[in-house]
Every structure is written in structure tokens, then in C-alpha cells.
Ligand binder design. Structure first.
Ligand SMILES: [Zn+2]
Length: 128
């Protein structure tokens, strides 16, 4: 059973969704459902407090490197290893993360709030 409900999205985002769904040959609804499922799966582990291990990838412009480093150093207790790479005009930080799930969530939220910074955390081992 499917349920319908209305949501409001910025025009630019709707255009991107429509372009991508046409390119992939699936409906707008199918694409949004796939994207939502992936985003929810990535965050389901956060529903309960636990010790979490995963991989963190942060992509930023070189000019934003210092702001990213400040956040990563603030949460250094969770970063087992961290490597920093340059790819064109971008910086890529890759970290092996282990720590309290609430602390990792706070780190992710701080990174997401940095304008122009892309962040992805992939949990691979959750201990409850
Ligand atoms: Zn987890």
C-alpha cells in the first residue's frame, strides 16, 4: 500500500529530480522513493544509542579546509585515522571513525552546516 502526501521543494531541486528520473528511465516517485530509502537506511542506526564504526568522507574546497579541520579536530576522539587528499581544487578528507553514535551524529551535523562542504558517513559496524 502506498500513501500520498504533498511536500514543497525548491524549483531547482524539482528540475534536478526530473532530469535525473528521465536519465534513469524511472518515474519521479520511484526516484524519490529510492533516494529516501537510501537516506533512511544510512540513518536508521542512529535511532538507538550505540558504539559505531564507519568511514567518513568530507569533500570541500581548498579554501574551506581550515573550517573542516577545526570540526574534525574537535571530534578527534572518534577519528581513528584520517587522511587528507587534494583532487583538483577540492580537498578530500577520509576518516576511519569509531565512537559514540550521538557524538558521531553531532560531528556530521556540524560538517553538514558548513556551506559548500559535502559529507558522507557510512556506518559498517554498530555495537549495541
Ligand atoms: Zn551505527
Amino acid at each position: 500500500m502506498k500513501r500520498r502526501f504533498g511536500i514543497s521543494l525548491p524549483e531547482e531541486l524539482v528540475e534536478k529530480i526530473d532530469n535525473l528520473s528521465r536519465h534513469l528511465g524511472i518515474s519521479r516517485s520511484e526516484l524519490i522513493q529510492d533516494i529516501l530509502m537510501e537516506a533512511i537506511e544510512d540513518r536508521l542506526h542512529l535511532l538507538t544509542h550505540h558504539t559505531c564504526r564507519g568511514i567518513l568522507v568530507v569533500v570541500s574546497q581548498r579554501s574551506d579546509g581550515e573550517r573542516v579541520s577545526e570540526v574534525l579536530e574537535k571530534y578527534g576522539e572518534c577519528l581513528i585515522t584520517r587522511t587528507h587528499h587534494h583532487a583538483g581544487k577540492s580537498c578530500v578528507d577520509i576518516g576511519l571513525v569509531e565512537g559514540d553514535s550521538d557524538t558521531i551524529l553531532r560531528m556530521e551535523n556540524e560538517l553538514r552546516r558548513l556551506k559548500g562542504v559535502g559529507e558522507k558517513y557510512l556506518p559498517f559496524w554498530c555495537v549495541r
